[in-house]
Write a protein that binds this ligand. Structure first.
Ligand code: T4K
Length: 396
């Protein structure tokens, strides 16, 4: 049972939980008006007018030729992998949400886990090279936290070894790399518009690309391979986005500047509130690039900080701040990979180290600056009273 720690009662606790991933809702009236139109039209799914509008707006925003909206990013990744004809082995980071690995394994392709660069938390291009075998067909980079992978180095490895490169850009809508919006790198990129993402369509995702052939294949695959009434010309599944989801996506998109400004303000409040705490670092977003500031990621060095990551999570949870340990313990330590690739930890020292240090804090439109000050005060108080906190945690 949850029990507030005596030590942190120095700061008033939160009466209701503060979640990571609380959805941003946008303009409620604009959404409801769109939903009324959907009902009036009686066109609920299957490439409806709002889905088409959403695709056009996303492609324009990102500056790519094509956007194919899907029911979620997981299915969009699966379709991208099939449309690119990846097979055998594909190199991915282990430090990512489990979907990045599952979309491969689900299709009988082996995800081969590469280690990360500890500075960026992104896949280390040098580690990719070591893992290439005659069975390797591709590389999936993930722009973790919306910070771009080293696309130049990854694509150079891809070119040298004849591998296809695509990106899981689930975190990176609205972010740029070297001045170019993420979405236009590699053969294609995939965004997530899940409820917990800063821009959401309830559930949703999109494959974006400049490649016409890949676009045609992906569109067919998204709709069972139908090329017209009663005419199936390809293997496909149901990856379609609904009109209601597109309505939410369009409404979110209209509020994107406000969303980003709020996330940025929150990020700066956390940076200020946690500055000077020994052994604790809020990760940076490059001020020269566009960022969505969707994740407040704190890295805790257990050799220097008064409390380690797990102790701090326990303190925060006791105070109703539901911080998360994304992406602990790394895909390689989750099933089925844990059993199938028992030696993987040996090849992933940085992933193992960083996965034990990261904590993600709540942000978005539903949190106030006062809330953030309180979260920071809880962390500070806990850090200043390490022994008392440890005793209290032991006694729970
Ligand atoms: N690739 C990467 C790199 C990803 O991060 C993701 C998804 C994907 C691919 C796949 O994208 P999708 O197929 O989902 O489009 C959450 C999200 O479910 C997941 O979409 C996201 N990454 C991941 C980073 O975070 P969980 O396991 O943390 O979800 P859950 O249910 O614990 O929700 C998080 C918190 O959000 C909860 O504490 C409560 C809050 N919440 C959630 C929902 C859905 C709400 O307050 N309201 C809500 O409606 O994975």
């Amino acid at each position: 049972m949850k029990q507030t720690l005596a030590i942190t009662t120095k700061v008033p606790t939160f009466a209701s939980p503060l979640h990571v991933g609380r959805p941003n809702l946008g303009d409620r009236n604009a959404l409801l008006a769109r939903i009324t139109d959907i009902l009036d039209r009686r066109w609920l799914s299957n490439d409806g007018p709002l889905v088409k509008e959403f695709e056009q707006r996303i492609a324009e925003y990102v500056g790519v030729k094509h956007c194919i909206a899907m029911c979620n990013a997981t299915v969009a990744l699966e379709i991208a992998i099939r449309a690119l004809d990846l097979r055998g082995e594909v190199i991915v980071p282990s430090y990512t949400f489990i979907a990045t690995a599952h979309v491969l394994q689900w299709q009988g392709i082996t995800p081969v886990f590469a280690d990360m660069d500890p500075q960026t938390h992104n896949i280390d291009p040098e580690c990719i090279e070591w893992l290439i075998t005659p069975h390797t067909t591709g590389i999936i980079g993930v722009h973790v936290w919306g910070r771009a992978c080293d696309t130049e180095a990854i694509e150079a490895v891809g070119r040298e070894h004849g591998l296809k490169v695509m990106y899981d850009a689930a975190h990176a809508f609205g972010c740029s790399h070297r001045g170019q919006m993420i979405g236009g790198f590699g053969a294609c990129e995939v965004f997530s518009f899940h409820a917990t993402k800063f821009l959401n369509s309830f559930e949703g995702g999109a494959l974006v690309t400049n490649d016409d052939v890949l676009t045609d294949k992906s569109r067919l695959m998204r709709n069972f391979g139908f090329a017209g009434y009663d005419r199936v010309i390809y293997l496909g599944i149901n990856g379609k986005m609904t009109e209601v989801c597109a309505a939410m996506g369009l409404t979110s998109l209209e509020g994107i500047d406000e969303l980003i400004a709020t996330n940025r303000k929150n990020y700066e409040a956390y940076r200020k509130g946690l500055a000077d705490l020994v052994g604790l670092r809020v990760i940076d977003y490059d001020p020269e690039e566009r960022s969505n500031y969707q994740y407040i990621v704190v890295e805790i060095n257990p050799d220097r900080a008064p409390l380690n990551r797990d102790e701090l999570i326990d303190v925060l949870h006791a105070e109703n701040v539901l911080a998360r340990k994304y992406f602990w313990p790394g895909c390689h330590r989750m099933e089925p990979y844990r059993s199938l690739q028992a030696n993987a930890p040996l090849l992933l020292p940085q992933t193992e180290r960083i996965a034990d240090r990261v904590l993600v804090l709540p942000t978005g439109m539903s949190i106030t600056c006062e809330d953030i000050e309180r979260v920071c005060a809880i962390i500070r108080t806990a850090a200043e009273h390490r022994e008392e906190v440890r005793n209290a945690l032991r006694g729970r």
